[in-house]
Design a protein around this ligand. Structure first.
Ligand code: ADP
Ligand code: MG
Length: 682
């Protein structure tokens, strides 16, 4: 395969255009081949002038019927050229392209495409596209590809480059599937798919080509994921836990589990009490009460004399969970400990010993718990909270610390089902799709920055009622301090200013841990009225008395992230509020923030976010280290995804190291390079 050739040496490219192509991410021939059109324009239908409809983009065939005429209107040069066919005449019009008149000779016949209008008693086409009626028309008379461009490249140039790339290198594109797979999944051959995705013969072939390429893309992705999973997962049977009576444990709570919580818990227990090795994703919107479900499952494990571990993304959250669990397990004889990066060497050594000799039943911790020196005596149950903050690999490492331990991963990032299937293809999914009954919708307002005083005054009213307030500021790169309000700046302004009579705290990621803890603790116990912070509080923090959240520079956050942040309030029976302060008035931003004011449903928000920003931007994907999708659409292609998944499983089960499928193996390495944490096939 020779698709790694630099693009520069393709006919019609050269050093200058190569630079432009680099801007589009096209460095090699292979990049170009997989640079699929972003859209198509069907110019296949060639009309006669009589049949043209005013106001539509159409294609017709005509000959140059007269000399070009040129007009000057102020700074504008207008060039008009008349064309005719057997039954009618059309005026072609160009603006500021005086050189165009030299391109055409009277009597020459062209295929012409453009938007037809009627001006000055004439049928006209502004800025038409003309092409000689030859066999290999790229710009008219066919379904025409539309590519993403950069300044200095036109569609016509791009098309001819793409055409050259493909025709010159077609023989180097290799078919990775054997005849059997092609037939089973009704796939057309890769070469046909590549030609026709760029220059489709007709709509039908375009559809088949797209199907083939989406299938291949999702197939390779699934294959990569499966290889990781296989590498880390023993196919052994799971632990059969003895049934434990949870009545007392649940009765100590001052609430009843919701139906959705009960359902999720039962699904988890069913796995635990059977010989199935549990691998389950627990999805639930922020505040839906996932922690207690994990706690109940860990309780069952601990009562069975197995150790349980829970990994969370931040120290603050680890500490909070630790305190929740200490409280829940206080009368049960279950020993809970906390492992984070901030223990002294001696403390850590002690703790590691206790983990190893089994005197700790439940361990909560940050990434620190997957470090190599952490050895469990008999880890039987693992929980990962806020899974979207971890990669596929970290989850796997935690599991490996036990022997066929059951695994529960929890996420409040409501991933659309398609994405969940892809990222967590091997997981069973439980969903808590119901909030506890005392919750009120969080009233959300998006305001422009000029109204921010009002937001602060409103906050003061709530503080007077006994509530607490979060003010969240974006994380700021040094380079754009001018455009955004950092937590420090907001703090300096407010604690001496409008909030001078109230107790205000500041936390951000760069503070020493001890100070950070102190401030957080003060806020949790109600010592502080207002907490100004960066997004360190994004995940999981639970302060039920805090009922107002003000988000500065809300335009800088993704919707899913705003939703996570907003989830810090509305955790009690108090009416809660979220005020989004925007420092930009653009339509896109207004549209995005409006979604936040219209719904509290994390799943809807995630879908909108994905729609607006595209899967590449949607957070989660990058953190998972997956390659960018070039053609598959996570909303529309779920059926293809399922087939591709089946196909990948099939191949791996027969040929786990891909020894007999060397083409697939090579393509996989090629596609993923160092992606997927660099652990496939090494
Ligand atoms: P999340 O799903 O976002 O992790 P948590 O587990 O932190 O949510 O729960 C949020 C709050 O709701 C906690 O204070 C918890 O005690 C409380 N909670 C959980 N389940 C219920 C319930 N069924 N009824 C009332 N409150 C509940
Ligand atoms: Mg949580």
């Amino acid at each position: 395969m020779n698709l790694n050739k630099p693009i520069q040496y393709i006919k019609g490219v050269g050093p200058k255009r190569a630079k432009l192509l680099h801007k589009l991410g096209i460095e090699t021939v292979g990049d170009a081949i997989y640079n699929f059109p972003r859209d198509y324009d069907n110019r296949a239908n060639i009309l006669s002038i009589n049949d043209l409809k005013i106001g539509e983009k159409q294609t017709f065939k005509a000959f140059i019927a007269g000399d070009a005429r040129e007009y000057k209107v102020k700074r504008l040069t207008i060039t008009k050229i008349p064309v005719k066919d057997a039954c009618g005449a059309v005026e072609l019009i160009w603006y500021n392209k005086p050189y165009i008149k030299n391109n055409f000779k009277i009597g020459e016949e062209y295929i012409i495409n453009g938007k037809v209008s009627y001006k000055y008693g004439q049928i006209c086409v502004d800025n038409p596209i003309l092409e000689r009626d030859e066999k290999n028309k790229l710009n008219t008379g066919r379904i025409v590809p539309i590519y993403s461009l950069t300044e200095g490249l036109s569609q016509n140039v791009m098309r001819s480059i793409m055409y050259n790339v493909i025709t010159e290198n077609l023989n180097d594109i290799c078919e990775i599937f054997d005849e059997e797979v092609l037939q089973k999944y009704k796939l057309i051959e890769i070469k046909d798919a590549i030609i026709n995705i760029h220059f489709p013969k007709d709509e039908e072939t375009l559809k088949d080509s797209r199907y083939r390429l989406v299938f291949q893309e999702l197939f390779l992705l699934q294959l990569g994921l499966n290889l990781i999973k296989n590498k880390f997962q023993t196919k052994k049977k799971g632990i059969i836990f003895n049934k434990i009576d949870l009545k007392n444990f649940l009765n100590q709570l001052n609430f009843k589990l919701t139906n959705a919580q009960n359902r999720a818990l039962n699904e988890i227990l069913e796995d635990m009490y059977s010989n199935k090795c549990m691998n389950r994703l627990l999805q639930g919107d922020v505040g839906s009460g996932k922690t207690i479900i994990a706690a109940a499952a860990m309780y069952v494990a601990a009562k069975n004399k197995y150790q349980a571990a829970m990994m969370v993304p931040t120290e603050i959250l680890a500490k909070q969970h630790y305190e929740t669990l200490i409280n829940l397990f206080k009368d049960s004889g279950i020993n809970v400990e906390l492992l984070t990066g901030r223990l002294s060497i001696k403390q850590k050594k002690d703790l590691l010993n206790k983990i190893k000799n089994g005197s700790i039943d439940i361990l909560i911790g940050t990434h620190a718990i997957i470090e190599e020196n952490v050895d469990f005596k008999n880890l039987g149950f693992c929980v990962t909270d806020e899974q979207h903050r971890f990669g596929v690999r970290q989850r796997a490492i935690l599991k490996q610390k036990g022997k066929s331990a059951d695994v529960l991963v929890m996420t409040a990032t409501p991933i659309p089902r398609t994405l969940a299937l892809m990222l967590y293809g091997d997981l069973d999914i439980s969903v808590i799709d119901e909030l506890p009954p005392d919750r009120k919708e969080i009233a959300t307002y998006a305001i422009y920055s000029s109204l921010r005083e009002r937001a602060y005054k409103f906050a003061i009213e709530e503080i007077k009622k006994g509530r607490q307030v979060y003010i969240v500021c974006p994380l700021i790169e040094e380079s754009d301090v001018i455009n955004a309000r950092s937590a420090e700046i907001v703090y300096d302004e407010l604690y001496k200013g409008i909030f001078k009579n109230y107790k205000v705290g500041l936390v951000h990621g760069k503070m020493p841990s001890k100070e950070k803890d102190k401030v957080m603790d003060d806020f949790i116990i109600g010592e502080l009225d207002i907490l100004i912070s960066t997004t360190v509080i994004e995940v999981g923090i639970n302060v039920p008395n805090a009922s107002i959240m003000i988000i500065e520079n809300a335009e800088r956050f993704g919707l899913a992230q705003l939703h996570q942040l907003r989830g810090r309030v509305g955790r009690s029976g108090y009416q809660s509020y979220c005020i989004l302060i925007a420092y930009s008035n653009s339509d896109v931003i207004k549209k995005r923030l409006k979604i936040m004011t219209e719904t509290n449903d994390g799943f809807k928000i995630a879908e909108k976010d994905l729609e607006i920003r595209g899967p590449g931007e949607f957070f989660g994907i990058r953190q998972h280290g997956l390659p960018e999708l070039k053609i598959a659409n996570l909303f529309e292609d779920i059926d293809i995804l399922k087939k591709a998944q089946r196909c990948a499983e099939d191949i791996i089960s027969k040929d786990p190291d891909l020894r007999e499928n060397s083409f697939i193996r090579e393509e996989l390495i090629n596609k993923f390079k160092d992606k997927l944490d660099g652990i496939i096939l090494n």
